[in-house]
Design a protein around this ligand. Structure first.
Ligand code: CU
Length: 199
């Protein structure tokens, strides 16, 4: 290879590297990474679960209105009650508009979280919060749709366990498309204002 061809190769590879970076930034900026792009794997999707009143709940239940989704379980010692409390504050700050958005708490613990257990648990939080549970297969399918990690962790000899789980709150727009993780580390009024933008 002459000095000239190696110089050309160098320029060419620099150009290609630049192109790759440009494409990555472009795809990210246009949301193709977040939403998977055409035919890609997006966050969110169809699910069929049972709410705390024993009624079927699917992604179609929220059609035309934005919704928040959070995965967790009723026996959770810290993250879930804290998050549901913060979500309750946001829903409260929404005032009447809370009727035009949805907040869904999806269980990752099919063994313990029956609809009745969910109902009892949710009675401590804002009444707009809806629970969703189901059998292991249905919940795993929902976890997969939202790319949620959930794993059973034994905590004692008597069969006790906790669940490790993704603690993101997903903001979905009125078309059911993932927008971004929903921030709760701010004033409830600020979160409410953001949620209103998607109504
Ligand atoms: Cu939790």
């Amino acid at each position: 290879m002459t000095a000239r061809t190696s110089h050309i190769m160098l320029v060419l590879s620099a150009f290609l590297a630049g192109l790759v970076v440009f494409l990555a930034v472009f795809l990210y900026a246009t949301g193709q990474f977040q939403n998977g792009g055409p035919g890609g794997s997006a966050i969110g999707g169809p699910f069929k679960l049972t709410d705390q009143d024993g009624k079927t709940i699917t992604e179609q239940s929220f059609k035309g209105e934005p919704f928040l989704v959070f995965f967790g379980y009723t026996h959770c010692p810290d993250i879930c009650p804290t998050t549901l409390f913060e979500l309750s504050e946001v829903l409260h700050a929404m005032g009447k508009d809370a009727d035009r958005v949805h907040a869904l708490f999806v269980s990752v613990d099919p063994e313990r979280d029956t609809p009745a257990v969910m109902k009892d648990y949710l009675s401590s939080f804002d009444p707009h919060l809806r629970g969703a549970t189901g059998d292991a297969k249905a919940l795993e399918a929902a976890e997969k749709e939202y790319r949620v990690y959930a794993k059973k962790v034994p905590t004692g000899k008597d069969g006790d366990y906790s669940m490790d789980h993704t603690a993101l709150v997903y903001l979905m727009d009125k078309q059911g498309r993932f927008v971004a993780p929903f921030k709760l580390d701010r004033k409830p009024e600020e979160s409410a204002a953001e949620l209103r933008k998607y109504m």
